[in-house]
Design a protein. Structure first.
Length: 202
């Protein structure tokens, strides 16, 4: 099912949006790859040639916290790059589970030892951005990034695993996002069953 496929790729898309091409991952020249201010975006995500799925992502300034929702999925994903964990919340049951996200870090796979080149300018979702490309033995990546570190368009292809994810921003809104939006509510209980992004039993 497309929902299951998107669920598996949601953490990867989230990390791409967070800006894991961060300092230390790239040699100069390099773009700013974490947003300098809070931003909320809607992305069209296309996993491995399947039908596009709309995903809403809120990112705190600095790119360390994300909140990801989609009308296609019953869950909310809270990413914390400080702890390298994400919480999968299932609001209908007031339950959550934690997952480790380090294995999704592109700096350990596609971007490890990559060579980077700067391309031209584009306009995506009403905002100017600069194209950057990366290539390594693991695969390739491309992104169009604003001067203040927001990824408006991106694609990652892992040659060894034969998987590709593309995302394109369709809406961008700058403005404060409450810290509470990135924390599991106190009335949620840790699930005794493992949760997946598409719900129970995964």
């Amino acid at each position: 099912m497309i929902v299951n496929h998107v669920a598996r790729l949601a953490p990867i898309a989230a990390l791409a949006v967070a800006g894991l091409w961060g300092p230390g991952a790239m040699a100069a020249p390099q773009p700013l790859l974490v947003p300098t201010r809070d931003v909320t975006l809607q992305y069209q995500v296309v996993p491995d040639g399947h039908a596009p799925v709309e995903v809403d992502v809120a990112v705190k300034a600095g790119g360390m916290r994300l909140r990801i929702t989609s009308d296609t999925l019953p869950t909310t994903l809270l990413v914390n790059r400080d702890t390298e964990k994400a919480a999968i919340m299932l609001p209908m049951l007031r339950a959550y589970s934690d997952i480790k996200i380090g294995r999704f870090d592109p700096t350990n796979t596609v971007l490890k030892g990559a060579n980077f080149t700067q391309g031209g300018q584009e306009r995506v979702a009403g905002h100017e951005c600069t194209v950057w490309r990366a290539a390594s033995a693991e695969g390739t990546a491309e992104g169009c990034i604003t001067a203040d570190g927001v990824i408006l368009r991106g694609a990652v292809a892992n040659e060894k695993r034969g998987k590709q994810v593309t995302l394109t921003a369709t809406r961008v809104e700058f403005g404060p996002v409450p810290d509470a939006d990135f924390v599991v509510p106190p009335d949620f209980q840790r699930s005794p069953f493992k949760l997946g992004v598409d719900g129970l039993g995964k």
